[in-house]
Write a protein that binds this ligand. Structure first.
Ligand code: MN
Length: 246
């Protein structure tokens, strides 16, 4: 029997510091949040769809992390002038991971860009730039440190997320200029901000942990018990996967 600690694959964003330092980057907060809850974090680089799935097969759970904007071609739109950097190769690799995770009952935690690619992979669309395309938005791109909570969300009592966090109104951080627009028919909204922005989703008719959040719980979990519960629950679900005979 293999190590009972679950292996959590975390997708990465592209960084290019200089000629010598170019690669895939995962914020250390993801690693720390997984490690603190008994998981083994590993970085999943994007090469192509097949390699993404082959590397996911080594994992007991998957986190889709934050980063670049999703290329709007994947939901049938041209780029808005305020669209940020996009990497279609990353989008393609992560959409393959979404389908792999769902089809194989692998626990999936989708964070920030992650919830957006989850929605796009399942047929939804995005708001390409909240300030330009949404009427009367609150501030979703906080200037203060990422660990600080800056806006309220309201969690649906009839949700898995509520059963984990245990409160209807919580404060979250916010580091996104995009968000879900048209929701995938396979997802349900389980938390919203006061301006109507979708802040969390779950997969409909699923027994597997499949939650997407628009905020960054990995940067709050070390000092916020409610956010740590999300990681604790996620890792526990991945442990169950390890113990199940193949
Ligand atoms: Mn927000």
């Amino acid at each position: 029997m293999k190590n009972k600690k679950p292996v959590i694959g975390i997708t990465g964003a592209y960084v290019n510091h200089n000629h010598y330092m170019e690669g895939v980057y995962v914020h250390h907060d993801y690693h720390k949040s997984i490690a603190a809850n008994g998981g083994i974090p590993i970085v999943l680089p994007y090469i192509n769809e097949n390699l993404s799935i082959e590397s996911a097969e080594l994992c007991d759970g998957i986190i889709l992390s934050g980063g670049e904007d999703v290329d709007p071609q994947f939901y049938g739109q041209d780029p808005h002038p305020n669209l940020g950097a996009t990497i279609p190769e990353r989008d393609i690799a992560e959409m393959a991971l979404v389908h792999y995770a769902i089809n194989n009952n692998i626990p999936l935690l989708a964070i920030c860009r992650g919830v957006q690619i989850l929605n796009v992979a399942l047929g939804g669309t995005l708001i390409q730039d909240i300030p330009a395309q949404w009427a009367n938005p609150i501030k979703h791109t906080q200037i203060v440190e990422r660990k600080r909570d800056t806006h309220f969300i309201r969690i649906d009592k009839d949700s898995y997320l509520y059963s984990i966090i245990g409160e209807e109104t919580v404060r979250v951080n916010s580091l996104h200029h995009q968000a879900i627009d048209k929701l995938s028919p396979h997802l349900k909204t389980v938390a919203t901000a006061s301006d109507g922005m979708i802040e969390a989703v779950e997969l409909i008719e699923s027994n597997t942990f499949t939650i997407g959040v628009q905020w960054h719980p990995e940067s709050m979990s070390s000092h916020n018990q409610k956010m740590n519960k999300l990681f604790n629950h996620f890792v526990e679900n991945c442990v169950k996967k390890v113990q199940t005979p193949a």
